[in-house]
Design a protein around this ligand. Structure first.
Ligand code: PEP
Ligand code: MG
Length: 596
């Protein structure tokens, strides 16, 4: 039966593929294809793992102390029975044979199928056996990791092998943590759907940086879509169509081809300078998460990196944070890859929906902090860990000896934070000087992403060389809307006059003070806002590399002076209808065109 699920569009385009359901807790299982010649060996790996687990369970049973309750032996029997049941290992083999999934992936795919069957059982006792099944699979996964061929299984490139002739796959999950999303970069998946998340949640941001269609906040998607269902992800409209009819499928295949052609056409703008019709030269920069992303930044024609989200180096490391040398190597790699173009490295923005360790949004919300977005995150976290902070500052400073580096501090709101940050920087420089390490006196900037910072901007401008407006958080904090919460996503409104007023005044004041100002939030990469931001006087935009060409196309067709003329009307408008309508049909362009 065909049906649709609605969510939030976060990454454009159309993906069509078979659904791969992955539970959040099993997201770190390696996903890759094995080629024809390795299929038998992969099945053998599974067999060896199964025999090892059978041995483990039998030993456990044999060694049960005499006083152990009888239920324990019975439970081990259930586990042994599940282990040998054809619906687990037999069907897993089938995934390997037919789909060429690696053993771990095949096993977790089959677990999703069986877990759902258990969920649907009427009988309480049988339904509760799902936990046993999960334990057996956990044991099998551990045995696979220990067994022969495990090093191949643990290969870091998740699904890097492209298995020609296979059907395309799309990932469906309740939630994917931002750091986990990152591991799917360059993977086998051609699209993503998650039940939770807002449009500018970090999971959505990473999905967008991968430039493949994605829908988040699709609520029940992972519950009602089944393993292997055919799925269309309409990333432009936030629609997921499950088991589409042949006519719908044909229509979407057509749209898919159109959007590929459009991308190809846009990519020809790579070397074209971004200049408006009235001759204003615009700087287009890239947002990156890891040093390897510098490659796509360069390929997109970016004039530098406007935001390197360094926190991704710190996530999912089992409590062990990267030391100064490791960080230095990462920053240096990005700086060298950019061939002399500027790289703006933001100090860690840990916290809120980017925890150090893997956690789902629900865990974050309900188990760890009442309001993580208002808690110890970004510069607050860094200042609470002075040793770690100085280590990062030294690592960034050392990278400055290899190219043009700028340093950016997230979420600064208090003058006391500015002072402490500058003191930490001075100390880090002194330590490097004492140690005879080379570094350059880098430019420093503040992210303007808390309304308080925007409202006291002149004070901030005295201390910083540049500012970068983080619209994602600025909207969140101005409107009191959790950006990761799909339940309030309809109120997350970049067109709100309070938001526009803060952005416009920040740009204006920075320009008046002769300080460089950029926007690095998602608004910079959304063509709906290009004319508006140009009208506000913005001349530097930082975004995912994949967005650069379409923003450039907008810029080439825009007269910035005209946009500035109609800006007061837009900012003064008290007609919310007009604003939201203009947002729907391509943003300010409507208003601006109307004002001509
Ligand atoms: C922002 O808040 O707009 C921003 C660019 O930072 P992040 O999305 O990483 O919070
Ligand atoms: Mg931010």
């Amino acid at each position: 039966m065909s049906f649709q699920v609605f969510g939030l569009p976060v990454s454009r385009g159309v993906a069509i593929g078979r659904a791969v359901l992955v539970a959040s807790s099993r997201i770190d299982v390696a996903h890759y294809f094995v080629d024809e010649t390795r299929v038998d060996a992969e099945v053998a790996r599974l067999r060896v793992a199964r025999d090892a687990v059978a041995g483990e369970l039998s030993l456990l049973k044999r060694d049960l102390p005499a006083e152990a309750p009888g239920e324990l032996a019975a439970l081990l029997d259930v586990h042994l029975m599940l282990l040998h049941d054809d619906s687990l290992t037999g069907a897993t083999k089938q995934w390997i044979h037919e789909r060429h999934y690696n053993a771990e992936w095949a096993l977790s795919a089959q677990l999703e199928v069986l877990a759902r069957q258990f969920d649907e059982m009427e009988d309480d006792y049988l339904r509760e056996r799902k936990a046993d099944l999960e334990q057996v699979v956990e044991r099998l996964l551990r045995a696979l990791a220990r067994g022969p061929g495990a090093s191949f299984a643990a290969a870091p490139a998740v699904g890097a092998r492209d298995f020609g002739g296979e059907e395309p796959l799309v990932l469906v999950a309740n939630d994917i943590a931002p750091a986990d999303m990152l591991q799917f970069k360059g993977s086998v998946f051609t699209g993503f759907v998650t039940d939770v998340g807002g449009k500018t949640s970090h999971t959505a941001i990473v999905a967008r940086s991968m430039d493949i269609p994605a829908v988040v906040g699709a609520r029940e998607a992972s519950r009602i879509i089944r393993q292997d269902d055919w799925v269309i992800i309409d990333g432009d409209n936030g629609i997921v169509i499950v088991n589409p009819s042949p006519i719908v499928l044909e229509e979407y295949r057509f749209r898919q081809r159109q959007s590929e052609l459009e991308r190809e056409r846009l990519s020809r703008l790579r070397h074209t300078p971004a200049v408006t019709l009235d001759g204003e030269r615009i700087e287009l920069l890239a947002n990156i998460e890891l040093p390897v992303d510098a490659k796509s930044a360069l390929e997109s024609g970016a004039l530098g990196v406007g935001l390197f989200r360094s926190e991704f180096l710190f996530m999912n490391r089992g409590g062990e944070l990267p030391g100064e040398d490791e960080q230095f190597e990462a920053y240096r790699a990005a700086v060298e890859a950019m061939n002399g173009l500027p790289v703006t490295i933001r100090t860690v923005d840990i916290g809120a929906d980017k925890p150090l360790e893997r956690m789902s949004v629900n865990e974050l919300r309900h188990e760890h902090a009442l309001n993580p977005a208002l808690g110890l995150r970004a510069i607050r976290w860094s200042l609470s860990e002075p040793g770690m902070f100085r280590q990062q500052l030294r690592a960034i400073l050392r990278a400055s000896a290899y190219g043009k580096v700028r340093m950016l501090f997230p979420m600064v709101a208090h003058l006391s934070e500015v002072k402490l940050t500058l003191e930490a920087l001075a100390k880090a420089k002194q330590q490097l000087t004492d140690a005879g390490r080379a570094f350059v006196d880098v430019e420093i900037g503040a992210m303007i992403e808390v309304p308080a910072a925007a409202l006291v901007l002149p004070i901030f401008l005295r201390h910083f060389d540049f500012v970068s407006i983080g619209t994602n958080d600025l909207i969140q904090y101005t409107l009191a809307i959790d950006r990761a919460d799909e339940a309030v996503s309809h109120l997350y409104d970049p067109w709100h006059p309070a938001v526009l007023g803060l952005i416009a005044s920040t740009i204006q004041q920075a320009r008046n003070a002769g300080k460089h100002v950029s926007v690095c939030g998602e608004m910079a990469g959304d063509p709906a806002f290009t004319e508006l931001l140009l009208g506000m006087g913005l001349r530097s935009f930082s975004m995912h590399p994949a967005q650069i060409a379409s923003i450039k196309q907008r810029i080439l067709r825009t007269d910035a002076r005209r946009c500035a003329t109609v800006l007061p009307e837009l900012l003064a408008s008290d007609d919310p209808e007009l604003r939201s309508r203009s947002a729907e049909v391509g943003g300010a362009s409507r208003l601006i065109a109307g004002g001509r």
